[in-house]
Design a protein around this ligand. Structure first.
Ligand SMILES: Cc1cc2nc3c(=O)[nH]c(=O)nc-3n(C[C@H](O)[C@H](O)[C@H](O)COP(=O)(O)O)c2cc1C
Ligand code: SF4
Length: 487
């Protein structure tokens, strides 16, 4: 992952935790009531892919154990990982693209309800993503993947040669010569792996996204409702299709790109289709970016505009992330796919302990406060979820007290210690295992390995309830919390 050049080392520490009494009277542990849903406390576990679904995208026992473990901490809400809406093979990522996934998802909602004693609301994040291929072996790229065109022939002065001869010549060119012969997208396909963009409107499937996506999201949303989820989070963030429509880099000329008003059009149409399928009183919100953190990308003013449009359309909550784009991702190794959290935008999405003077904590807090301010100024009271480097009670409480957020998201901190919410509520904050922001978990995600936390995955491996990862060396869920006086 990219790191700020200053490489200042930060160590997570918390000066003070509240007593049980202080927590009980706090904003963080007060309920939030909206017209469509109620949270028992203003805490939120944002979506995190743990790589535990079956190869077909089905809920497994490991998926259930993972979310039930989070539910034992009884946060206000948990958002289930990005879940695919298209019925296409996509490896061990959860899917909701057909009714055949319903029974697994129902088991999941039941398990979370039971483990949290009904205290935690369960949302599911619905995602669409475009095709991305692994970085090819150069030999295979020139032999098979590259489409030989008239422009290659012309640049190589090989108009009359057969295709095989052109391929062989290309395979033998030096890098600098290749740059003069291949186009930028072909070079990208060679060096990073082929990646579709929403602007590839010469491809019929991409041109048709404004017609195909609203019904796909709407059907997935109806299934989520049927499976017993308490609501839906539309994934409009990071490197995926809907975020790419919102991006200032989206220059489609069919009315769905260019100015902000047109970039937000498909996300609004998707929302309306979802709303029509689930009814007016079912919670639907979205996650999008406070800033893309890429050259030519959307920034905070775009985000304020999008937030106001989403609220005007009737969304029930808005959750803000930051960065996480393919545009500045590092070159992957041959045989690997590009990963959108390896560049500077990736750092801003999941800041780590080697940082700049600002440090890894709360980097998204002020941008989110601005977005909330813009919403309130426009007359909307839509709840806003702020996340990014939050690990202490005081940080979270200050966001709420300062009118900078309505709900506080703890992603890696809840992975490090799913009992954070109960420990702090009971005045036992000093028993919290603090996230180090090492991004060991994110490294596992990048390799598509079962995600665990370095703070607990090698402890009590022989405990009767420990289920081990496929490498046999790590446990898959955090050990049970045993309060100190019982140890
Ligand atoms: C292993 C892992 C998987 C993630 N998967 C998702 C995801 O599926 N959807 C999403 O919107 N964000 C995802 N994120 C980003 C987190 O939700 C969150 O925005 C980010 O970690 C910053 O918050 P934090 O500092 O509280 O961890 C993931 C993060 C991690 C560490
Ligand atoms: S591995 Fe654990 S400590 Fe490190 S960033 Fe992830 S959750 Fe935090």
């Amino acid at each position: 992952m990219w790191k700020p050049p200053e490489r200042i080392k930060f160590e997570t520490a918390v000066a003070r935790w509240p007593s049980g009494e202080e927590a009980a009277g706090s904003r963080l542990y007060s309920p939030l009531t909206t017209p469509n849903f109620k949270l028992n406390q203003r805490t939120w576990v944002p979506a995190m892919v743990p790589w535990r679904a079956s190869e077909d995208g089905d809920v497994t026992e490991d998926v259930i154990d993972w979310y039930a473990r989070f539910a034992e901490g009884r946060p206000g809400a948990i958002v289930i990982e990005a879940t695919g809406i298209r019925d296409i093979p996509s490896g061990p990522l959860l899917r909701i693209s057909s009714d055949r996934y319903l029974s697994g998802l129902q088991r999941l909602t039941n398990a979370v309800r039971e483990a949290s004693g009904g205290q935690t609301r369960l949302f599911i994040q619905l995602i669409d993503f475009l095709q991305i291929r692994r970085r090819p072996q150069p030999g295979a790229f020139f032999e098979r993947f590259l489409e030989v065109t008239a422009s290659h022939r012309e640049r190589l002065e090989m108009e009359a040669d057969d295709e095989q001869a052109v391929r062989e010549r290309l395979a033998n060119l030096e890098d600098a010569e290749l740059e003069a012969v291949l186009g930028p997208r072909e070079l990208e396909a060679l060096r990073h792996g082929y990646r579709e963009r929403v602007t590839d409107t010469h491809l019929p499937g991409i041109a048709a996204l404004p017609e195909t996506l609203p019904p796909l999201f709407a059907q997935a949303a109806a299934r989520a409702q049927q499976a017993g989820f308490d609501g839906i989070e539309l994934h409009y963030a990071h490197a995926y299709t809907m975020a790419s429509f919102l991006s200032a880099t989206n220059q489609r000329d069919d009315g769905y790109g260019g100015p902000r008003e047109q970039r937000v059009r498909l996300p609004l149409e998707v929302y309306r289709a979802v709303r029509a399928s689930v009814g007016d009183d079912y919670p639907v919100g979205c996650r999008f970016l406070s800033d893309e953190i890429i050259a030519e990308g959307s920034g905070i003013h775009d985000a304020c505009f999008f937030a106001t449009e989403f609220a005007r359309a009737g969304m029930d909550f808005l959750s803000l992330s930051r960065g996480g784009k393919f545009d500045d991702a590092k070159q992957p190794k041959v045989g690997w796919a590009a990963y959108p959290y390896t560049g500077r935008s990736g750092y801003e999405c999941m800041p780590a302990y080697l940082s700049d003077p600002q440090g890894p904590w709360g980097r998204n807090s002020e941008p989110v406060a601005m977005i909330r301010g813009a919403l309130r100024a426009a007359g909307f009271d839509t709840p806003v979820v702020s996340a990014g480097g939050i690990h202490s009670f005081d940080q979270a409480e200050a966001l709420l007290a300062g009118g900078k957020a309505d709900i506080v998201g703890f992603a890696r901190q809840s992975l490090a210690d799913p009992d954070w919410f109960e420990k702090v509520r009971l005045g036992r904050g000093n028993e919290v295992m603090l996230c180090r922001y090492s991004n060991y978990c994110e490294g596992l995600d990048q390799k598509h390995k079962q995600v665990t936390c370095e703070l607990w995955d090698r402890t009590e491996l022989d405990a009767s309830d420990a289920v081990l990862a496929s490498d046999g060396k790590r446990r898959l869920t955090a050990p049970r919390w045993v309060p100190r006086e019982n140890q």
